[in-house]
Write a protein that binds this ligand. Structure first.
Ligand SMILES: NC(=O)c1ccc[n+]([C@@H]2O[C@H](COP(=O)([O-])OP(=O)(O)OC[C@H]3O[C@@H](n4cnc5c(N)ncnc54)[C@H](OP(=O)(O)O)[C@@H]3O)[C@@H](O)[C@H]2O)c1
Ligand SMILES: [Zn+2]
Length: 312
């Protein structure tokens, strides 16, 4: 039996999405249909949409932050699906290697389902990826309680949820944002807002930079690191090359630059539980599937606090 469902399709990079009715047959062995209730629009999706991932070819149904129902029960989907070799490095990302959550229905492996403690789907869609991403990045950087950590892009989806996690594990968080009028929110979340990357002249240097924005802030954020400090690169929102402007600084201070990619199933489960218990506050704005282009526009114009969440 085939299933018909609506999905927002990316037909060409940089062009508006269009909603189509798609048709698909029964799921194969070990796979199930999930009825989508909410899908987060990750900063990564925007980079894909811009054409920043050369290995991907449209048409694509994006969306790896997918939450919904299977047989009436609430689940999230751990988005790294088993790939051909079974090892983490060849995992297939939901919404890139296979159709994702910008849709009413999605087929996923049963083994990737994680039960949700509640049915507040948009809250999970808003916060889980950001929290799990920061959990992983903080391990890559070896953050310990008392560490001074700078996070860039702190009012975006990864930032606003990730800083809450860092504060929770006892880091002293400096949250960089361009939006001065939202500083209060960052304070309430346990971080110290900064609006200039020169902040270290007054506040002192940091142990770790979690670089979420990438090219636009990389060089300035690196300057705030102490000798032997670590910059962990999480994102590059513009998808453009990053040039190290002052290599001497990197050499003389023995700065380490590392990458952090995604998160493990265990980190995903922990993030679900932190969001479910309310320990992490979710920030989002919901859009109907048909309004996905409006969501992208609002994201580009900095009008969303946290995540744009699609609700079919
Ligand atoms: N490594 C991983 O596992 C992983 C996981 C998820 C996402 N990512 C990556 O992380 C990046 C951010 O994702 P996201 O979901 O947080 O995106 P998002 O919700 O769109 O937020 C991005 C934030 O970056 C800041 N920003 C954007 N353009 C800027 C500019 N020109 N100068 C300074 N700041 C700028 C803004 O922060 P303010 O509004 O506070 O100024 C914005 O809110 C993306 O590149 C994504 O691919 C990586
Ligand atoms: Zn994501």
């Amino acid at each position: 039996m085939t299933v018909k469902y609506r999905a927002a399709v990316l037909r060409r990079f940089g062009e508006p999405f269009r909603v189509y009715v798609l048709e698909e047959g029964e799921p194969g062995e070990g796979r199930v249909w999930l009825r989508v209730r909410a899908t987060g629009v990750c900063g990564r999706d925007r980079v894909v949409w811009m054409g920043g991932f050369r290995n991907l070819k449209p048409p694509l149904v994006l969306g790896h932050e997918v939450f919904g129902e299977v047989e009436g029960k609430p689940y999230g989907v751990y988005p790294a699906l088993p790939g051909p070799c079974g090892e983490p490095h060849c995992a297939i990302l939901l919404g890139e290697g296979v159709p994702g959550g910008y849709a009413e229905m999605v087929q996923v492996p049963r083994g990737n389902l994680v039960e949700l403690p509640t049915r507040d789907y948009p809250r999970y869609a808003a916060a889980v990826c950001g929290v799990a991403t920061m959990m992983h990045a903080s391990k890559v950087a070896g953050v310990v309680p008392g560490d001074r950590v700078l996070v860039t892009g702190s009012l975006g989806g990864v930032g606003i949820h990730g800083i809450q996690y860092l504060a929770m594990i006892g880091a002293r968080v400096y949250a960089y944002t361009r939006r001065r009028d939202k500083a209060r929110i960052l304070e309430e979340l346990g971080a110290e807002p900064v609006h200039s990357l020169d902040f270290y002249r007054e506040k002192g240097r940091v142990d770790v930079v979690v670089e979420v924005v990438g090219s636009k802030t990389f060089n300035e954020s690196m300057r705030s690191l102490r000798t032997g400090g670590i910059l962990v690169l999480v994102g590059n929102v513009e998808g453009e090359p990053i040039v190290i402007e002052r290599p001497a600084l990197l050499v003389m201070r023995e700065i380490e630059v590392k990458g952090s990619a995604a998160y493990t199933m265990e980190e995903y489960r922990q993030a679900v539980s932190l969001v479910g218990s309310g320990k992490i506050k979710a920030y989002y704005k919901t859009y109907r599937l048909e309004d996905v282009n409006k969501a992208y526009q609002d994201m580009a114009e900095g009008r969303i606090l946290g995540r744009a969440v699609l609700v079919p």
